[in-house]
Design a protein around this ligand. Structure first.
Ligand code: GDP
Length: 334
């Protein structure tokens, strides 16, 4: 007879994780990312056990189009932080990983130096159904990293759909990376992004690009100037830097710390974290409700029929939503 695999001993897994054991951290994150119901229940319990050891890291979201230099920046910033005695975790939220089953974000080969460091932990984006699912799992992975002693968590994303909002909602500081462009800079700033960014940093300010980077920064500054800042205690700065040469990387970090100090002093730091907790709860609930509607083949078939009926105008969206609620209730009490 083949022995059934034993469920992990969660208190001992938690103890090893807290001691900084990388294998325990990887195991915990695998549990968090699993779609199996028993794994999800274990992951919930693990998060609960570890919660008191979380929350102390500096959580930074980093966004930017492909090619802007996210991985080069994270590699350079991460190395500088490690040299300063920090432990750096790199996570990713990539909604396209859901479709492709893989993610280029958080890929270790993109951060060659950092990935060789013991004090760094790099994890690609989970592929978990919906953006809400991906974000929830990344958030829990972040808590695991914090419990394992990582005091800086960098979460990268590309600006697709709502992924920037999802990363903003789990970080203390949201950094938008831009390219030195030729006159088209402002098109690159989507309105929503400017509202989220705590800082804009124009990368590749080196060699022939230096003057163009400075010009782009001036344009962004002018654009930000006409917007009312989110906080009276922080006007998002616009900087130039080079991830390649490292020029300006330390200054980026200093701004992140200055923001933290200002927000902590004004009480906004704690308020943002509190709001994030509540939003997170609703995001999980939304994801679970949708998961309930995908839970078995018969429910999926009925959902599909309802969708078709709405599309063809045979029923109204509100009638259909009521039908979906009944389906959900039936799935809870079969
Ligand atoms: P990502 O797709 O946003 O992660 O961008 P990468 O970090 O992979 O960078 C894209 C390309 O830009 C690579 O060829 C990098 O070598 C280059 N690159 C990144 N940062 C800089 C920089 O500061 N200066 C210059 N000149 N090139 C850079």
């Amino acid at each position: 007879m083949i022995a059934k695999p034993q469920p992990p001993d969660l208190p001992s897994l938690a103890a090893r994780l807290r001691a900084g054991d990388r294998a325990a951290l990887a195991r915990a994150i695998t549990l968090v990312e699993s779609r199996r119901a028993d794994h999800q229940a274990q992951a919930r319990e693990l998060v609960q056990i570890l919660l008191p050891s979380t929350g102390d890291a500096v959580r930074v979201g980093i966004t930017g189009s492909p090619g802007v230099g996210k991985s080069t920046t994270i590699d350079a910033l991460g190395m500088a932080l490690i040299a300063g005695g920090h432990q750096v975790a790199v996570l990713a939220v990539d909604p396209s990983s859901t479709r492709t089953g893989g993610s280029i974000l958080g890929d270790k080969t993109r951060m060659a130096r950092l990935s060789a460091e013991h004090d760094a932990y790099i994890r690609p984006s989970p592929s978990a159904g919906t953006l809400g699912g991906v974000a929830a799992k990344t958030r829990e992975a972040m808590l695991m990293c914090e419990a394992a002693g990582f005091d800086v968590v960098l979460v990268e994303t590309v600006g697709i759909g709502q992924s920037e909002t999802a990363v903003y909602d789990m970080t203390d500081f949201f950094l938008a990376l831009m390219l030195p462009g030729a006159g088209d800079e402002l098109q690159g700033i989507k309105k929503g992004l400017v509202e989220l960014a705590d800082m804009i940093a124009v990368n590749k300010a080196d060699g022939d690009n230096l003057a163009r980077a400075k010009a782009a920064a001036a344009e962004y500054r002018a654009a930000l100037h006409i917007l009312a800042p989110r906080s009276v205690h922080w006007s998002p700065p616009v900087m130039t830097y080079s991830a390649l040469t490292g020029d300006g990387i330390i200054e980026l970090w200093q701004k992140i710390l200055a923001h933290r100090d200002a927000m902590t002093a004004s009480g906004e730091f704690a308020a943002r974290r509190r709001e994030q907790q509540v939003k997170w709860m609703w995001a999980i609930l939304e994801d679970q409700l949708k998961a309930g509607l995908r839970s078995d083949a018969s429910i999926r078939a009925q959902v599909r029929q309802i969708e078709v009926a709405v599309a063809e105008g045979r029923t109204t969206p509100s009638m259909a939503a009521a039908d979906l609620m009944r389906l959900l209730q039936a799935s809870w009490h079969p």
